[in-house]
Design a protein around this ligand. Structure first.
Ligand code: FCB
Length: 465
């Protein structure tokens, strides 16, 4: 159901105030892109339809003990069938752009042959977005690797990087002209480290050295995909999305400051240094001695090919302390504001990290905040969802982003994670990140107050021209 906003201008203004950037913020300019995001496995469902093949997440969910309550993405938000209504909902939000991902196992088989039924789904979705006046930010890889690729070694196998480039080539030929911005990968850190290094995500391996090799092949796949994306779809922007967060030392001792630097290498530089400087951070091999990946001549140049934008996902910060010469541990500070993920709410970290990256990388491309948001235990009461913490969270993060922009960081867009509650990976359906509530029994969507407020702000901005 599309959402409805108050007609009375005062009521609209009061609502908009709840989720909006500060007065005078550069985020209020009409050309700043506001959106919401989702990903294929988290919302689509229809796991066995129209020739979709199994992904590593289907297998992982089917492995006892891996996902809370044994939940899976077989139905999820049933978006594969409900997409027209979901697009109406997006349109009523008034967002400029929608970020979603393509399920590789829907569109290509083991022989590399296209699956036209799967591809047609994304064509219909893109046409539906265009008809409703929204731009598409399309991610090629948001973690749902075809299981047949994993059976050949997945991201441990260098061949996967080349198959990924073939997949990017196919999709950009099929969808050319309909996509505003491509992202090769979403969060290679999670795909590599959680998937291969510690086993919390699919495919569930837990060898540090495998994590670094998987990362190298993910990044190589990104670099290999760029020329095809550019050649096939020259009007589109091309980039990649990384999850980032600052690490602060617990105390100001030299040891803890070194720990924070190690954390930064592990969390941020592991991904951003290869992309923006063409090298892995040396500090990482102090933390993970002997875990260097095999890198072939020319790889780092391929990985560091120029991109048009960098997508950053920001949720929280870490506080760390030294546990040895080159090791750290997380400090869980009591009494600070947290979400139901147990993640600390720390808007200042967004400003700090944006400004740090601007300092660190002279060639930092324009930035889109491709994810920011929080999970809370939202309930529908009398047809409404009062998600006060989320409203405040978003408002404070908009303000932090505005401060970084005022200090010269080139941020072009901001996507709230997520359009709607969905399958939150190993945590299943309990962690609700949506600005729209989903009742997974009935598939009923109920806009939370944060969605209404965001829509009110966007309507006001549009009216102001
Ligand atoms: C990010 C993922 C996204 C979602 C949010 C909460 O790591 O990209 O799919 O799970 O976290």
């Amino acid at each position: 159901m599309p959402l409805t906003l108050p007609v009375d201008p005062h009521a609209l203004a009061a609502l908009a105030e709840l989720v909006s950037p500060p007065a005078g913020s550069p985020m209020r300019r009409r050309d700043f892109v506001f959106g919401v995001g989702t990903s294929s496995y988290q919302i689509e469902g229809a796991a066995h339809e129209d020739g979709r093949l199994p992904s590593i997440w289907d297998s992982f969910c089917a492995t006892p003990g891996k996902v809370a309550r044994g939940e899976n993405g077989e139905v999820a938000c049933d978006h594969y069938h409900r997409w027209p209504q979901d697009l109406d909902l997006l349109e009523s939000l008034g967002v400029d752009a929608y970020r979603f991902s393509i399920a590789w196992p829907r569109v290509m088989d083991e022989q590399g042959r296209p699956n036209s039924r799967g591809i047609d789904f994304y064509k219909r979705l893109l046409d539906g977005l265009a008809e409703r006046g929204m731009r598409a930010f399309v991610t090629l890889y948001h973690w749902d690797l075809p299981q047949w690729m994993e059976d050949r070694g997945g991201w441990l196998n260098r061949e996967t990087a080349y198959r990924f480039a073939d997949y990017a080539d196919l999709m950009s030929r099929e969808l050319r002209g309909r996509v505003a911005a491509w992202a090769t990968h979403n969060e290679p850190w999670c795909a590599a480290y959680l998937g291969y290094g510690n086993g919390h995500h699919a495919p569930g391996h837990n060898v540090t050295r495998w994590g670094t090799q998987a990362m190298h092949h993910l990044l190589l796949g990104h670099g290999l995909a760029l020329p095809a994306l550019r050649a096939n779809d020259p009007a589109a922007q091309v980039g990649i999305v990384a999850n980032v967060g600052p690490g602060y030392p617990d105390t100001e001792t030299e040891e803890d400051r070194h720990a924070a630097d190690l954390y930064d290498a592990y969390q941020n530089r592991w991904v951003l240094d290869p992309l923006l400087k063409g090298e892995y951070p040396a500090a990482l091999w102090k933390l993970w001695k002997g875990s260097e990946p095999l890198v072939l001549p020319g790889d780092m140049e391929t990985i560091a090919r120029p991109i048009d934008y960098l997508g950053l996902n920001y949720y929280s910060r870490a506080v760390v302390r030294a546990t040895g010469e080159d090791s750290f541990e997380w400090v869980h500070r009591p009494g600070v504001e947290r979400t139901t993920m147990d993640w600390e709410v720390h808007p200042q970290g967004l400003q700090d990290i944006l400004e740090a990256f601007k300092q660190r990388y002279p060639d930092l491309p324009p930035i889109h905040i491709t994810e920011n948001g929080m999970s809370s235990a939202d309930q529908v009461l009398g047809g409404q969802v009062e998600d006060a913490q989320r409203q405040s969270y978003l408002k404070r993060h908009f303000a932090a982003c505005s401060r970084a922009m005022a200090n010269g960081v080139d941020v072009r867009g901001y996507f709230i994670w997520s359009l709607m509650d969905n399958f939150e990976w190993a945590f299943g359906y309990e962690r609700r990140f949506g600005i729209v509530h989903v009742d997974f029994g009935t598939q009923r969507r109920t806009p939370k107050r944060s969605a209404l407020a965001y829509a009110a702000f966007l309507r006001q901005r549009a009216a102001a021209g």
